[in-house]
Design a protein around this ligand. Structure first.
Ligand code: 6GU
Length: 237
């Protein structure tokens, strides 16, 4: 997957792309992240990228010219996905992440201020994506959220160490509690079952903990999980 990020703040992406799993994924050729500062495309002498909104009101709007010229310079193939990160977009879900992870290339457009001129959206944007019901100052962090979530779903990015949850049948439930050594810490002991060595029982305990937690915190997810089960499995529960 090649990500091309159009942003006024490319430096925000350097730690993200040079650390941990993203850096390894890039090093192994699974992903490539290219940041393009669309200020470089501004035809104004002062390299301005924003202007006052027609119709009045507070805030500034990203001018169409730098983004039009920048997007036209990205040698886009027909059908290429151009995602605009905006709180007005469709809220990102894991299913959308899985669908995006199958693409070879994505262009991510990060806005600031009151957003970008609607004509940029009408001309180029294929998907408008939000990361949740709250407002951030710009699209850079949402773009990183999107790239992180997509990258870990690309074949080969997670090794067996980090990917065990991918294969788990707890998919669609919240995770059970995790413990590591020591078995007693400041007087708090881990659940006995985890020391029993009885793998089947441990598996069952983890599943029950997952179901319990999901029921408490995300009853909507538990219902969806139940609805997805086959009738045969439903009878067992
Ligand atoms: Cl994609 N952008 C901004 N600015 N705020 C957000 C968002 C995006 N998603 C949630 N809040």
């Amino acid at each position: 997957m090649k990500f091309t990020v159009l942003t006024l703040f490319p430096e925000m992406f350097s730690a993200f792309t040079s650390t941990s799993i993203m850096a390894r994924a890039a090093g192994q050729g699974h992903i490539e992240v290219e940041c393009v500062n669309f200020r470089d495309y501004s035809d104004s002498p002062s390299k301005r990228v924003d202007d006052a909104p027609f119709g009045g009101g507070a805030g500034l709007v990203m001018k169409p010219q730098p983004l039009f010229d920048c997007l036209r310079d990205q040698s886009l193939a027909a059908g290429e996905r151009i995602v605009y990160l905006t709180p007005k977009g469709k809220t990102l879900t894991q299913q959308m992440v899985v669908d995006f992870s199958k693409l070879d290339r994505m262009v991510l457009v990060c806005g600031h201020y009151e957003g970008i001129d609607q004509r940029v959206i009408d001309t180029f944007v294929t998907d408008e994506v939000s990361i949740g019901d709250y407002v951030l100052t710009g699209g850079e962090i949402p773009a990183m959220v999107l790239m992180d979530a997509i990258s870990r779903m690309i074949e080969g990015v997670l090794n067996t160490e980090d990917s065990h949850m991918e294969e788990s049948h707890y998919d669609g439930l919240l995770e059970y509690p995790h413990y590591t050594r020591p078995a007693v810490y400041e007087g708090m002991a881990i659940p006995d079952i985890l020391l029993s060595g009885h793998h089947k029982n441990i598996e069952l305990w983890r599943f029950e903990e997952s179901v319990k937690l999901t029921g408490e915190r995300r009853p909507d997810m538990l219902r969806a999980y139940y609805d997805r089960l086959t009738d045969k499995k439903k009878r067992k529960i």
